[in-house]
Ligand binder design. Structure first.
Ligand code: GLY
Ligand code: MN
Ligand code: MN
Length: 448
């Protein structure tokens, strides 16, 4: 397998070395039968409108294995009887196309600067792999991303298997280099949230706060990891709100769920704050409850704790708090239900978190609050912790005291599991009431 080469072509701030990519490839191939061919295609280019495409973003599996982030890429591995040979198929250099579409890395630089033994033009794909496929006993392949390749694999008649479970089991534990990149991603997103708080004021547009957040991402040569949610007032009670087109009135809260991507690695942070800089008493009561639940869940982020322990810790605090505030009139047992499915779920409808990595809802485990057992927490996992409470006044299935109607609050941080306890990668993003009230409207950022 490839040993050496440089990282010259990649951004000088690149924090994943070729040595690390080779290590990932070896760990993956150690689980693949030697008579198999492995094919990991990238994502297809998606048309947005006539000749305008959506921005390309490589498949997380090819990013994980070799950092290749150009369209039409394919990572391949086959065993030559002595060792695994790794290859990249790439778009060839083409001056005419590059004048219109941008520079390409090309075959030569792919072979010298990326962590593979060989590189080929994607135009030579059929010719190069046909004989390999017919000689192989099995194909490890991600179907459905490249129709030409789907057809070739089908025609070969070889036994097909899905490499993703093996790759997922590797991706779930982050290396020191990955953790550095994820810290960077969380730092950029934290600062973006701080800038939005500074720019807050009554009657600010949701879109204006979105622009403050996303302009910071762009300033840091980053991009959003998922469409930013900026929900003022009751819009905060819509879990995946994304219109971001209403004005936020004096006295209302705004919930911002926004994270960015660095070298493909996501951050995922939510903060909720009053646009006029002061929590009302009812807002404060719900905020303090959600924060208490979040801190209890973070406390549960310990090595060998089972996956659901974070959700259970948050749920117990939330259920008791709803009783104490008079929102639920029942025992704690009834509020929680037999299986954390009791009455509190009407107001806390989602899970407490998910794994985070190259995908915002990353591979390798269950999602908090769903039925899968999920993994035991291990050092190197990064999870989100994000309890929330939502009291939409227009819902017919809930009945809450008027003082809480219309409030929606979620608080979300990105937590690294370590032997020494949870490490909050987004700790620079303020969440205490005192810090938030001091920041909101203090300017100094991009005032809007
Ligand atoms: N931003 C998506 C989530 O919090 O899961
Ligand atoms: Mn989020
Ligand atoms: Mn999340």
């Amino acid at each position: 397998m490839f040993e050496g080469g440089g990282d010259k072509h990649r951004d000088s701030s690149s924090m994943i070395t070729n040595e690390e990519y080779c290590h990932r490839q070896s760990a993956f191939l150690a689980d693949i039968p030697l008579d198999n061919v492995v094919l990991i295609p990238t994502n297809p280019v998606m048309v947005r409108s006539r000749d305008t495409n959506f921005p390309f973003r490589a498949n997380s599996y090819i990013l994980y294995l070799c950092g290749w982030n150009e369209p039409e890429g394919l990572w391949m591995a086959h065993h030559n009887g002595t060792k695994w040979i790794t290859s990249l198929f790439v778009q060839p250099r083409d001056e005419k196309k590059e004048i219109w579409e941008g520079r390409r890395i090309g075959v030569e630089q792919a072979s010298t600067q990326f962590p593979v033994d060989e590189a080929y033009s994607i135009d030579d794909l059929d010719e190069v792999i046909k004989s390999l496929l017919s000689d192989s006993k099995g194909i490890n392949y991600i179907q459905g991303l490249n129709s030409n390749l789907d057809e070739l694999v089908k025609q070969s008649g070889s036994k097909y298997s899905d490499p993703r479970p093996v790759l997922d089991s590797l991706r779930i534990l982050k290396s020191p280099q990955e953790i550095e990149v994820m810290k960077k991603s969380a730092e950029i997103a934290s600062q973006a949230h701080i800038n939005s708080m500074k720019a807050g004021h009554p009657n600010v547009g949701e879109w204006e706060l979105q622009s403050v957040i996303e302009s910071h991402f762009v300033n840091c040569k980053s991009t959003w990891a998922y469409p930013s949610i900026v929900g003022g007032g009751e819009n905060a009670t819509i879990l995946h709100y994304k219109s971001n087109n209403e004005v936020i009135n004096d006295g209302e809260l705004v919930l911002i769920d926004a994270g960015c991507e660095v070298l493909g690695y996501a951050s995922d942070i939510t903060r909720t704050w009053p646009v006029n800089g002061t929590f009302s008493q009812p807002q404060r009561e719900i905020y303090e409850l959600v924060l208490k639940a979040q801190l209890a869940a973070i406390e549960a982020c310990k090595v060998n704790n089972h996956w659901k322990s974070m959700h259970e810790a948050a749920s117990i605090v939330i259920a008791q708090g709803l009783i104490d505030l008079g929102i639920l009139q029942c025992s704690l047992k009834d509020a929680l239900g037999d299986n954390f499915d009791g009455q509190y779920r009407k107001f806390f409808m989602h899970g407490t978190g998910h794994l985070l990595g190259l995908d915002v809802h990353d591979v390798g485990g269950g999602r908090q609050g769903d039925d899968s057992p999920g993994p035991l927490l291990q050092p190197g996992m990064v999870v989100t912790v994000e309890p929330g409470l939502y009291f939409a006044s227009w819902r017919s299935d809930i009945d809450v005291p008027d003082r809480y109607a219309g409030i929606g609050i979620r608080i979300e941080d990105d937590i690294l599991i370590t032997d020494d306890g949870p490490v909050n990668l987004s700790e620079n993003c303020p969440k205490s009431i005192e810090m938030i009230e001091a920041l909101v409207g203090s300017g100094g950022g991009n005032h809007v």
